[in-house]
Design a binder for this molecule. Structure first.
Ligand code: AMP
Ligand code: ZN
Length: 469
């Protein structure tokens, strides 16, 4: 398998640290609001990667944090804690909103067929580990105490910027725009490991530490959670592209300073879901959720299908028109799967060949759109219907589109006797007669009558079809 590695800026053959095993860490949600469908694009693509690795035979352990403290309004450690902001907005406690939005997040994940990670760790549950690692960084001379906070000293590193070749000044300005300089920092990129002083004195959750009562910085959470569950050598670290700097850059700085050796081998970044106004973001307050898609009548899996159709390293533009196109394609695909019988031999050797081809195609830097194309190739292939179903079901272990389940449900629905069907069929036949007699008035009146009964008709080459609306 090949994966683009943001750290080396190229596509590399994927070779895990331990043969056959993959350790995978994903930055989890900051639970001060609902996840938007942009966040969920990242989680869908990461889920596809995890499932592809399992499909290819790797034993994967996936860990995710839940950011319930320390993520400030600016990723560069300034502003109010996002959790506190959320709690104020809803007149609830930080722990209440953390629980509520964590549950909401996993409920959305379930609807999108995103597998629950092997380990989910809320950041507030690991305070002792942060203190241990920060103390070690202090001892090694990588951290300093200033103005009540503990900072990581980026000047101690040979290389700080890992993911981009941008001009350092430009990057620093980009992150700091509109926020005040922190005079305690020795170098412009230094970041907070532990806060005891903040302009926002009403920080809800605080813990005792060798540096005073306070709370951890956001970046240290992910390093410690990953190291605790996945050890000193991490295979894949994932996140949205906005996490590359400063979050992941800082994670690498502190983890490698602590460990004294390289830490994570492959960095996988999912590019953004954009709207016509730019990146979809929680802080802008204008965003779409899975519940909203459902309210508008979309199956959440249509959104998954929409995401899988494009490559994770390209920005994806959301529009209702694009989603409608994905829905039409998904419905058609399910109908084609439903049209398959269950008869015929399953040629296991042929099935295996199809599986291998799938791993090769999708395993070339998680090319999920080729994975979707492969479904149509199977439908057209010279295989028995039973074998086609077997291959489709197997591909679906990675794509997660519920193909057979939805197709079987559709079949059942089509086969079930429908109440009032006789009357509807009779009216349709009468309308056909009227149309043949060029009696358009009667034909239209029958269409209206059916509509008032909640039935919509469609004239096709094969005849008139009807559905209840
Ligand atoms: P947050 O809940 O803000 O910590 O973000 C959760 C995940 O969603 C992170 O991996 C972000 O990088 C990612 N993310 C945020 N906005 C978008 C977006 N518009 N499109 C794709 N991923 C995003
Ligand atoms: Zn993280």
């Amino acid at each position: 398998m090949y994966l683009y590695n943001s750290a080396s800026h190229k596509k590399e053959e994927f070779i895990p640290h331990e043969p056959g095993k993959v350790s995978m860490y994903t930055c989890g949600p900051t639970v001060y609001h609902f996840a938007h469908i942009g966040n969920l694009r990242s989680y869908i693509m990461e889920d596809a990667l995890e499932k592809l690795l399992r499909y290819a035979g790797y034993d994967v352990t996936r860990v995710m944090n839940i950011t319930d403290v320390g993520h400030l309004a600016s990723d560069a450690d300034t502003g109010e804690d996002k959790m506190l902001k959320g709690a104020k907005r809803e007149h609830k406690s930080v722990l209440e909103i953390a629980q509520f939005y964590t549950d909401a997040f996993f409920s959305d994940c379930k609807k999108l067929n995103i597998k629950y990670p092997d380990v989910v760790q809320p950041a507030t549950g690991m305070i002792d580990d942060y203190i241990k690692v920060i103390s070690a960084l202090m001892d090694k001379g990588y951290a300093y105490f200033a103005g009540g906070n503990v900072y990581f000293d980026t000047s101690k590193l040979e290389k700080y910027y890992v993911f981009n070749d941008h001009d350092e000044e430009d990057l620093a300005v980009g992150v700091r725009e509109g926020v005040e300089e922190d005079a305690n920092k020795r170098n412009k990129n230094d970041f907070v490991l532990w806060f005891t002083k903040s302009k926002f004195e009403d920080q809800a959750l605080k813990w005792d530490s060798p540096w005073g009562v306070g709370y951890p910085g956001w970046h240290i959470e992910c390093s410690c959670i990953s190291m605790k569950y996945l050890g000193e050598h991490l295979d894949i670290h994932c996140g949205g592209i906005d996490n590359a700097f400063p979050h992941h850059t800082n994670e690498i700085a502190q983890s490698e300073a602590y460990l004294g050796h390289p830490w994570c081998k492959y960095w996988m970044h999912v590019h953004h879901l954009n709207t016509s106004h730019g990146k979809m973001s929680k802080s802008s307050g204008e965003f779409l959720t899975v519940s909203l898609l459902e309210e508008k009548g979309y199956d959440p899996l249509v959104y998954r299908f929409f995401c899988l159709q494009s490559h994770y390293r390209k920005g994806l533009v959301f529009s209702w028109e694009n989603l409608d196109n994905a829905r039409a394609a998904y419905d058609k695909l399910i109908a084609r799967v439903a049209a398959l019988g269950t008869d015929g031999e399953v040629d296991q050797a042929a099935v295996q060949e199809y599986k291998d081809r799938f791993v090769e195609a999708v395993g070339n830097d998680l090319n999920t759109s080729l994975g979707v194309t492969a479904l149509y190739d199977v439908l057209k292939a010279d295989l028995s219907d039973a074998a086609k179903r077997a291959v489709l079901d197997s591909y679906d272990q990675v794509l997660g589109l519920d193909l057979l389940k939805k197709a079987d449900a559709l079949k059942e629905q089509q086969a079930a006797p429908v109440e009032g069907a006789e009357e509807i069929e009779a009216l349709i036949a009468k309308r056909l007669e009227a149309k043949r007699a060029k009696d358009w008035g009667t034909a239209d009146a029958i269409r209206d009558q059916l509509k008032s009964m909640g039935v919509e008709i469609k004239d096709t080459k094969e005849g008139t079809t009807w559905t209840r609306v």
